[in-house]
Design a protein around this ligand. Structure first.
Ligand code: UPG
Length: 397
């Protein structure tokens, strides 16, 4: 297949591009390099030393003999340029990662909220709009988030995207229907992914676009089979308070002797997936597109659920790190249970990597190896969800 990977320079985009190229697909990365600009804005850098995208693709060619082409295109801002690219290349599939993906970054200030909404919603809408305008029947695979569901399960497992409901009519009969699982975002970033869902629902219904939405859990780990092949193919690893995700943050904190930053009681239960499984799932989704006219296909792209404090205790036991119980800068339930259905990918043959098998190598091979690159002042999470929380977090001893 000819595949356009929008956002192919990012944390999941880069290993996905390599994985698909390795499988023999013709891969084109379209990226505006915004993630690199945001590093500059925040004064942070990836724990792992990353080369330019051009250098990365050069090394990939040298190692694999395969070509990945890079196109500097801003999908959210340059609709006409993007559409012209699609018209010229007419890919068979599009994998869409081209969105601002950090919840704390999206909550930093009014400017960051505006940026996240306009960037993410426009990027998604531009893709859909262009597919219709060009009569292009490419399968669109979008990286969504488990965060669209919220994390307040009511004792029932979260299904894959749709909820069967019974509605009582005025005549007293019960009509059965499947609806999109009610959206319940916990940040501006997560809210944009909820808006994406409505755009997908409309375009699948109105124009017959073939769309798969992957509701992904929190990714942990760094490398995949392909990024491990050469030091210059290494994936990025974010540890800072805005972009670092919880388990990767705990791993690097342990490696530098920084107390593990648990928000609140750590009773938040979340869904997780290893980066290697994440790229496998995207390949599986590409192989199994919905039919034209079918509704949006949704997979829950996660393999395990864990409570934040259990993860902290696990990492502490493994490494001897201390745990710091901090006031929570986010507005979220302090404790929740979470049960998620993920039969879609298991049925397609996914054999998940579990935390138990992969965690230790991640600490030793990545976190300790690059610990010298950490700026400790960038570790704390400082983005508060509301003005009131900002005051509480500031005044807490
Ligand atoms: N948390 C801590 N301590 C930390 C960092 C986070 O206790 O140092 C908590 C946080 O309060 C939350 C949970 O850990 O309850 C998860 O936070 P995080 O790992 O930052 O995940 P999300 O904010 O849910 O976002 C990540 C990705 C996002 C993706 C989502 C998938 O950034 O792109 O959509 O995971 O679920």
């Amino acid at each position: 297949m000819k595949i356009a990977v929008l956002g192919g320079d990012g944390f999941v985009g880069w290993p996905t591009s390599l994985h698909l190229s390795d499988r023999g697909h013709e891969v084109h990365i379209l990226d505006n390099l915004s993630r690199r600009w945001i590093d500059t804005e925040l004064g942070v850098q990836s724990l792992t030393p990353m080369d330019s995208i051009q250098e990365r693709t050069r090394i990939w060619k040298q190692e694999s003999g395969r070509t990945i082409r890079f196109h500097l295109i801003d999908v959210a801002r340059d609709y006409e340029v993007f559409k012209a690219w699609l018209a010229e290349h007419r890919p068979d599939a599009i994998v869409h990662f081209a969105e601002q993906r950090a919840a704390p970054y999206s909550m930093k200030s009014a400017r960051h909220k505006n940026y996240t909404v306009s960037n993410n919603v426009n990027a998604t809408h531009h893709v859909l709009n262009a597919l219709v305008e060009l009569d292009l029947d490419a399968h669109l695979v979008h990286l969504g988030t488990m965060g669209v569901y919220g994390y307040s399960t009511v004792g029932a497992a979260i299904p894959e995207g749709y909820l069967p409901v019974g509605i009582e009519t005025m005549a007293g009969e019960t009509v059965r229907q499947e609806i999109l699982y009610p959206a319940n975002p916990g940040s501006i970033y997560h809210m944009t992914k909820c808006l994406d869902q409505l755009l997908f629902q409309f375009y699948a219904k109105n124009d017959g676009l073939r769309i798969t939405d992957l509701h992904q859990g929190i990714v942990w780990g760094t490398n995949t089979d392909q990024t491990s092949r050469h030091v210059q193919l290494i994936n990025r690893f974010d540890y800072d308070g805005d972009y670092g995700t919880v388990l990767n943050r705990f791993l690097i904190q342990a490696a530098i002797g920084y107390p593990l930053t648990v928000h609140g009681t750590g009773g938040q239960t979340r869904a997780f997936i290893h980066i290697q499984d994440s790229v496998r799932c995207i390949e599986l989704a590409l192989k199994s597109p919905p039919q034209r006219g079918e509704r949006v296909k949704v997979f829950n792209q996660m393999t395990e659920t864990h409570r934040v404090r259990d993860l902290a205790e696990l990492v502490a036991k493994m490494t001897g790190a201390k745990i710091a119980w901090l006031p929570n800068p986010r507005k979220e339930a302090p404790e929740n249970d979470l049960v998620v259905t993920n039969d879609g990918f298991l049925d397609l043959g996914l054999e998940p990597i579990t935390l138990a098998e992969g965690l230790l190598s991640e600490v030793v091979d990545v976190a300790r190896k690059y610990a010298y690159r950490v700026d400790r002042s960038r570790v704390p999470a400082v983005s508060a969800w509301t003005k009131e929380i900002a005051k509480e977090v500031e005044t807490d001893p």
